[in-house]
Write a protein that binds this ligand. Structure first.
Ligand code: HEM
Length: 234
């Protein structure tokens, strides 16, 4: 659904200079997203504090070494369920399509901001989809390997050798997810006007036309539905 800052049906005057704005995320989706974002940041800080003695000073943020050790897995549980909520909301809109291969093949044009040479994009571009599926996989690996080394509750289920492997997998997945997260945040800042999608739930019509034209066309034509992500999904 397309919205404007004024309510035409209620008789508000439409001024030519008023920007057209487009709904992209519901309040529920945004709250879900920011809980996920905050938990990932806290998880990274507490995890890094336990990862290397040089970073041990970060434990002051969580009330000391023992407290950090106790709280880190619980933040992981919050992240897992919170991300699961995002996954349920967005997985369909992140399904791979033929145009995504074309987008990737023309990455030079993407980086050069020559969007007129790219195919029309739906709700998400191939870069966003790669980030989405990488996060999904990595968070799954993190929770499984994390539970295997959560000695407070599960120590008797694994032997030392299995724990060693789980620690290695957990650390590698954590470093990778932090890198993916940096790419995600960088892209959100780099493409001007994107942050507003997750803060206010809206983008400008110009942003939608420039970066996600097929999504905008579907919205305007009323063809959009939750499955294609052409509505501000749940
Ligand atoms: C704290 C820094 C973060 C910022 C500034 C940020 C910003 C954003 C913005 C602006 C969007 C909207 C993009 C669009 O609609 O085109 C978005 C979408 C999204 N974000 Fe974040 N985000 C952050 C952290 C995270 C974290 C930690 C996760 C998951 C672990 C995450 C997962 C997602 C997902 C799944 C979407 C929907 C896009 C898709 O499905 O491909 N974000 N984020």
């Amino acid at each position: 659904m397309t919205t404007t800052p004024y309510d035409v049906e209620a008789g508000d005057a439409v001024h030519p200079g008023d920007p057209v704005v487009v709904d992209r995320y519901t309040a529920g989706a945004r709250v879900n997203h920011w809980i996920t974002a905050i938990s990932l940041v806290l998880l990274a800080l507490s995890g890094l504090a336990l990862f290397h003695p040089r970073l041990f000073f970060l434990t002051v943020l969580f009330g000391g070494g023992q407290a950090t050790r106790a709280i880190h897995p619980w933040i992981g549980v919050v992240l897992f369920f919170s991300f699961f909520g995002l996954f349920i909301r967005f997985w369909r809109a992140n399904l791979w399509e033929h145009t995504d291969n074309v987008w990737l093949a023309r990455l030079n044009d993407v980086l050069g901001a020559r969007e007129e040479r790219l195919p029309e994009i739906g709700k998400y571009n191939a870069g966003q989809k790669v980030v989405f599926w990488s996060m999904s996989l990595l968070i799954l690996v993190l929770i499984v390997s994390g539970v295997l080394i959560w000695d407070q509750y599960f120590s008797e289920y694994t032997d030392l050798e299995q724990k060693r492997i789980a620690v290695l997998v957990h650390s590698l997945a954590a470093i990778t997810v932090i890198c993916v997260w940096i790419v995600h945040v960088y892209a959100a800042i780099w493409v001007r006007g994107t942050i507003g999608a997750m803060t206010r739930g809206r983008v400008t019509g110009g942003w939608a036309w420039r970066h996600h034209r097929r999504w905008l066309r579907e919205l305007v034509s009323g063809k959009g539905d939750r499955n294609t992500g052409a509505t501000p999904t749940a």
